[in-house]
Design a protein around this ligand. Structure first.
Ligand SMILES: NC(=O)c1ccc[n+]([C@@H]2O[C@H](COP(=O)([O-])OP(=O)(O)OC[C@H]3O[C@@H](n4cnc5c(N)ncnc54)[C@H](OP(=O)(O)O)[C@@H]3O)[C@@H](O)[C@H]2O)c1
Length: 222
């Protein structure tokens, strides 16, 4: 598969790109002007997009089979970021997939997306805007998956000792997951047809038994 990854300069997006490559896929990294990539991705195909300009996104999807959206408003005193990036920026990316004929799309969202009352909403009502972004996928007619992770961390060691807790929407509200495991989940979702048209919440812990996403989706009513 050739996978387009937006937000590939981010802490999750860059790991998604690394995991996509590690599992034998080709990638195209969709970056905004001025984004910095880690050295691990320096030789990869990249293109510059603006989330305000769906034509730039559409062009950058040419020849790709799927888009993973890992853009997210960076914490800032500009409280309009979540509306611009997590809602309208996602809508533009969905529109670009529809126009360019890409059928498969995956969005990295967040636990508690859609909640009005939550401390994270002090940053520009981010959870409310994230739900609007999710809805754009749900209503797109594309083969979509929304992955809602818990709090993200930078753990990279002994991740094989952690199992992932998969649930349907609005079952989990706290707990964490390393960005590396989230990245692996995103790639696994693209390889798991049962993940289509679903919101999947993911957190991880050492107490959680290790199972595949396919098995988890069979066992639980998502
Ligand atoms: N932090 C958490 O604990 C947590 C928990 C749950 C869910 N999430 C969500 O998970 C996702 C990944 O989080 P993260 O902390 O790993 O991400 P991150 O490191 O903050 O990366 C964000 C990415 O989005 C890009 N971006 C931001 N604004 C943009 C714009 N206007 N146009 C184009 N690209 C833009 C950034 O590009 P630049 O490099 O150019 O800035 C970067 O590539 C986000 O959606 C986040 O909200 C985070």
């Amino acid at each position: 598969m050739k996978i387009a990854i937006s937000g590939a300069s981010g802490k999750t997006g860059s790991r998604i790109a690394e995991e996509a490559i590690a599992s034998g896929n080709r990638v195209r990294l969709l970056l905004r002007k001025g984004s910095f990539l880690p050295n691990t991705l320096s030789g990869q195909e990249k293109t510059v997009i603006s989330l305000n300009d769906s034509i730039s996104i559409e062009k950058s999807l040419d020849g790709c089979d799927a888009l993973i959206i890992a853009t997210g408003a960076r914490p800032s005193i500009d409280l309009t970021g979540p509306a611009r990036v997590d809602a309208f920026g996602v809508k533009q990316q969905v529109l670009s997939c529809q126009r360019s004929g890409i059928k498969r799309i995956l969005l990295v969202s967040s636990l508690c997306a859609g909640r009005w009352i939550h401390p994270l909403n002090l940053f520009g009502l981010i959870l409310v805007w994230k739900r609007i972004g999710e809805k754009a996928l749900e209503e797109s007619g594309l083969d979509w998956t929304v992955i809602r992770p818990g709090g993200l961390n930078e753990e990279e060691e002994e991740l094989e000792t952690q199992g992932i807790r998969y649930t349907a929407a609005d079952f989990q509200q706290d707990a964490y997951i390393p960005r590396r495991l989230l990245a692996k989940c995103c790639i696994e979702a693209l390889q798991t047809p049962e993940s289509k048209n679903k919101i999947i919440e993911v957190t991880s812990s050492k107490e959680q038994p290790s199972i595949t996403m396919k098995q988890a989706l069979k066992d639980i009513a998502i």
